[in-house]
Write a protein that binds this ligand. Structure first.
Ligand SMILES: Cc1cc2nc3c(=O)[nH]c(=O)nc-3n(C[C@H](O)[C@H](O)[C@H](O)COP(=O)(O)O)c2cc1C
Length: 171
């Protein structure tokens, strides 16, 4: 089974995408099978009931739902905007929640965030726990947060901690 890495941001120098890649690197080193989803794959129109009624769930969101369903665990990395989750991540969660497959239901989700601020995106992580509980996902207790984030700070995150973070939940 495969661990699915999703999230980050579409910004060229995204710190959260760097954190996602760092986590994937640790997975790779430790023989954990994984799939990395580019942040661009989360791009979809803002959820709109009329759009859904006319055209259904957008294809990229269907694909994302299939990947989530097939994964053993999901690692979800989100920037923090105004103390909450990024719209890119929230919108993808919303669209996927509209699929009949219930892709999130029972899924173990490991949460991670990076921010140049001192709280490391922890308030986004906290909101993600509530949002994901609503779609019946299980969020792991330990998150991987990088406060005062920079490329260097992310590279310097303790590898054994990141490994134990990735090992949470069943394989
Ligand atoms: C509209 C906006 C709101 C933000 N609010 C917060 C915040 O509440 N907490 C925080 O730690 N950083 C906040 N930031 C800073 C982001 O964490 C920072 O821009 C980060 O680099 C974005 O993630 P990325 O590097 O992955 O693109 C905010 C940035 C923007 C543009």
């Amino acid at each position: 089974m495969t661990v699915l890495f999703i999230g980050g941001s579409r910004r060229k120098d995204s710190l959260n995408t760097k954190l996602k890649h760092r986590l994937a690197e640790v997975a790779d080193k430790n023989g954990i099978r994984y799939e990395l989803v580019d942040a661009d794959a989360l791009d979809a129109p803002i959820y709109h009931g009329d759009l859904e009624a006319a055209d259904g769930v957008p294809e990229p969101m269907k694909k994302l739902g299939e990947k989530i369903q097939a994964a053993s665990k999901v690692v979800l990395v989100s920037p923090e905007y105004n103390s909450s989750v990024s719209p890119l991540v929230k919108n993808a969660i919303d669209w996927v929640s509209r699929l009949d497959t219930g892709a999130w239901s029972g899924k173990t989700v490991l949460l991670a965030a990076a921010s140049p601020g001192g709280l490391g995106g922890l308030r986004a992580v906290s909101h993600l726990r509530d949002i994901l509980a609503n779609v019946k996902a299980w969020t792991a207790p330990v998150c991987a947060s990088c406060p005062n984030a920079s490329a260097e700070a992310i590279a310097a995150m303790d590898e054994s901690f990141l490994k134990s973070f990735l090992e949470q939940g069943k394989d």
